[in-house]
Design a protein around this ligand. Structure first.
Ligand SMILES: *Cc1c(COP(=O)(O)O)cnc(C)c1O
Length: 373
């Protein structure tokens, strides 16, 4: 059936209706299931499978690749999902290519992989530079738009070259969400995300997922979850599924707000290095428009120095000074406070929530004016 994103989001993963049962069945809390006789699936032991995960996994699959026979495996966090792909696919002696400007825990992943004898090479996201270090790699890891720099690479092009070189491709789709970008349609082998961010959107749960159109690859990831036990709680999985119903509403509102904020910041002399992939003129705009359907909720920019940035963050009334992004309540932070990202001291990562854009812009412009004086 040809339906829109909003319709798909509200119905995604719902089981067939059963009289007297809720539309979305409640969380199933079970360490084990009643299992007389031969111990065969689908539900035997709680670390292996749970009906609440099954509903959520079907929902995410429908969003990641509508109408396609793909499989999703949900995890306790985004890092659990990322680790599952890397550690289920790589062996000692393999090589993996990572972005050097991606999520800040990727260097920790690198350290672990190297300790197990995997060679890791890095290159920037921009200008498809990872292609230059692809030779002989088994797995190419892409993060686009990259976090926090918001550079974009050409997924179709990287997939084509990687497959020709015998490498699998995984895309970290956290920032875009499946409504912003569908990596599997662009040829990737895995779409991976932290559902802690825009996917669930309320800043109250940690979760992650891996989706693949290749049943063998998906089975490897599922087996890894069983081995490591990085399983989501049923309550988190159910809350995530409930949250997906509003995904299109949230993402549309947040993307519209992000563009309005970016336009307002464009005019400011105290704002430098403004980035938003949906802003015509942004270095990411051309490729982003070819592969993204929505441009995300994150805007980044640079204020003159650290103290200036701190005054700005202190002055905001509608925006929490907090890390993470993609939530219905706007957040902003001075990214340099963590160390690890190669960003200037005054670099601000701003996540646009679902507030009225005119209220948000007024708050930001007032806080900027106060920070300047
Ligand atoms: C937050 C984030 C992760 C890690 O997800 P957790 O749910 O915190 O484990 C991975 N990739 C990106 C791009 C992220 O923003």
């Amino acid at each position: 059936m040809n339906i829109g994103d909003g319709t798909r989001a509200v119905r995604a993963g719902l089981p067939d209706p059963v009289k007297y049962e809720p539309t979305l069945p409640g969380p199933v809390f079970a360490a084990h299931y009643h299992l007389p006789g031969e111990p065969t699936g689908p539900y035997t032991y709680g670390r292996d499978e749970n009906p609440t995960w099954t509903h959520l996994e079907r929902a995410i699959s429908e969003l990641e690749a509508p109408g396609e026979p793909v499989e999703t495996v949900v995890f306790a966090s985004g890092m659990a999902a990322i680790s599952a792909v890397a550690f289920s696919q790589l062996r000692a002696g393999d090589a993996m290519v990572l972005p050097d400007d991606g999520y800040q825990a990727l260097p920790l992943l690198r350290e672990r992989l190297e300790a197990y004898g995997v060679t890791v090479r890095t290159a920037p996201t921009a200008a498809d530079a990872q292609l230059r270090v692809l030779e002989g790699a088994r797995l190419l890891w892409i993060e686009t738009p990259s976090n926090p720099g918001l550079d974009v690479c050409d997924i179709r092009r990287l997939v084509k070259e990687a497959h020709a070189a015998g490498a699998l491709v995984a895309v970290d789709n956290t920032l875009a969400t499946p409504l912003g970008q569908r990596p599997l349609e662009l040829g990737a082998d895995f779409s991976v995300a932290s559902d802690t961010k825009g996917m669930t959107g309320h800043g109250d749960i940690l979760l992650g997922h891996v989706t693949s159109g290749n049943p063998e690859l998906a089975a490897g990831v599922r087996r890894w979850r069983k081995v490591v036990g990085a399983i989501p709680g049923p309550m988190e999985a159910w809350l995530a599924h409930r949250s997906l119903a509003t995904l299109q509403l949230r993402v549309d509102r947040q993307c519209a707000g992000a563009l309005i904020l970016a336009r307002a910041l464009e005019a400011r002399a105290d704002v430098d290095g403004l980035r938003y992939p949906g802003l015509p003129g942004d270095p990411s705009y051309r490729i982003a428009s070819q592969q993204m359907r929505r441009f995300g909720s994150v805007v980044s920019f640079v204020l003159p120095d650290r103290e200036w940035a701190e005054r700005f963050l202190d002055g905001l009334r509608l925006v929490d000074d907090a890390t993470s992004f993609g939530g219905v309540r706007s957040t902003a932070e001075r990214r340099g406070r963590w160390g690890g990202d190669a960003v200037p001291e005054g670099f601000i990562r701003f996540s646009v929530g679902a507030e009225d854009p005119e209220d948000l812009v007024a708050d930001v412009l007032r806080a900027l004016d106060e920070a300047a004086s």
